[in-house]
Design a protein around this ligand. Structure first.
Ligand code: TLP
Length: 371
């Protein structure tokens, strides 16, 4: 049997893969569509050639990102994957090892680019159930400084931790890991695709949360709602080197201010509303916990990602997602018996209630068949 993914996550027939207007799409917060305000800003954006550094909207976005993170500089990149890869490339040499969590995006979902392109070996470490690494776990995976061992160059953290259910690193942990890594000559990169969700959960600001790491990648195109784009932030020198790799990887863009204009709005306004997504996620998790056969600890849901276990329903994750898909609810299978639903600004409370109702129906129907 070949393992396939749920229908809602296949790229087969383009007519099929666009959710109907009334579908509740909880596959990811990447599905968010730009607001009317964003579209207006995009239409009115001032632009120039960004490869020459001449796009005023991009320059403004980069300046604001650096300010908000309290770092010297920032660079606009097309995607989170490219942002992570650029950072890894800057901080490593071919043959180095990169310590990351087992379930992290850089380890599982970036098509091994760290190896294929940056020439590095992921040293994947299993964190706790919450996907949060301790210094002890990291330290135990650092290679001895001896010529016949490959050398550890970088620690890569992920906050929030996507596949652990949107869990959040305590800032003291990030600080401790950074201090200790630096003392050993290692760099620390933060995949902060959803760092603003983490900030909303901690009621803290991203500058404080990332003050000790060497580089941060964060996404404008997820919960913040921009259609495209991520940012990397760090020192001036780091960003100058990053700019070279962005071009090398084909990410030099021209009049991209038309997109950056939406990114600016996403950066300024969207963080203020993320707590709504978190409340919806918590409501969803509480409802799921009430459905016999589905397993989740609602207390573990701190941000906008809800991951639950469906093993006791008699369906695996693909079967459950496919059944939901037929009823207009889109979810993502993340492991054989594990389903992910991500809340975001295009699904309000009514959509969450509908998802719960349909989940109940699908699980009960299966039970009826089995009984
Ligand atoms: N995550 C996507 C999928 O690729 C799994 C999602 O739906 O959650 N870092 C983290 C932590 C991410 O979750 C993602 C995307 C990325 C990096 C990559 O961002 P993009 O898709 O912009 O390359």
């Amino acid at each position: 049997m070949t393992y396939t993914v749920a229908k809602g996550n296949q790229l087969t027939d383009p007519d099929h893969v666009t959710p109907a207007d009334n579908a509740v799409d909880l596959r990811s917060d990447t599905v968010t569509r730009p607001s009317e305000e964003m579209r207006r800003a995009m239409a009115a954006a001032e632009v120039g050639d960004d490869v020459y550094g001449e796009d005023p909207t991009v320059n403004q976005l980069q300046k604001r990102a650096a300010e908000i993170f309290g770092k010297e500089a920032a660079l606009y990149v097309p995607t989170g994957c490219m942002g992570n890869l650029i950072c890894i490339k800057v901080w490593t040499h071919h043959g180095n090892e990169v310590i990351c969590e087992d379930r992290s995006h850089v380890n599982l979902y970036e098509l091994a680019s760290m190896s294929a392109i940056a020439g590095c070996m992921p040293r994947a470490v299993r964190g706790g159930a919450d996907g949060i690494l301790t210094w002890g776990q990291i330290e135990a995976s650092i290679r001895p400084k001896i010529y016949y061992d490959s050398q550890t160059a970088l620690v890569c953290l992920e906050n929030t931790s996507n596949m652990a259910g949107g869990t959040v690193y305590p800032t003291e942990r990030v600080d401790e890991i950074s201090d200790r890594a630096h003392a050993l000559g290692l760099k620390v990169h933060l995949d902060g695709a959803r760092i603003f969700n983490a900030a909303a959960a901690l009621n803290d600001n991203v500058a404080n949360m990332t003050k000790k790491v060497d580089s941060v990648m964060f996404c404008l195109s997820k919960g913040l709602g921009a259609p495209i784009g991520s940012m990397i932030v760090g020192s001036k020198e780091f960003i100058e080197r990053a700019r070279v790799y962005r071009k090398m990887f084909g990410g030099g863009m021209r009049q991209v201010g038309v997109v950056a204009a939406a990114g600016l709005l996403a950066l300024e306004k969207s963080p203020l509303r993320l707590h709504e997504d978190h409340e919806n996620a918590r409501h969803l998790a509480l409802g799921i916990a009430q459905i016999p056969g589905l397993k989740i600890d609602p207390a573990s849901v701190k941000t906008n990602i809800v991951i639950f276990d469906c093993a006791a329903t008699g369906m695996n994750a693909v079967e459950l997602c496919d059944a939901l898909y037929e009823r207009g609810i889109w979810a993502q299978d993340t492991a054989f018996y594990s389903v992910r639903m991500v809340t975001h600004w295009n699904v309000g409370r009514a959509g969450i209630e509908r998802a719960l109702q349909e989940l109940k129906t699908v699980v009960q129907r299966k039970k009826g068949q089995v009984a």
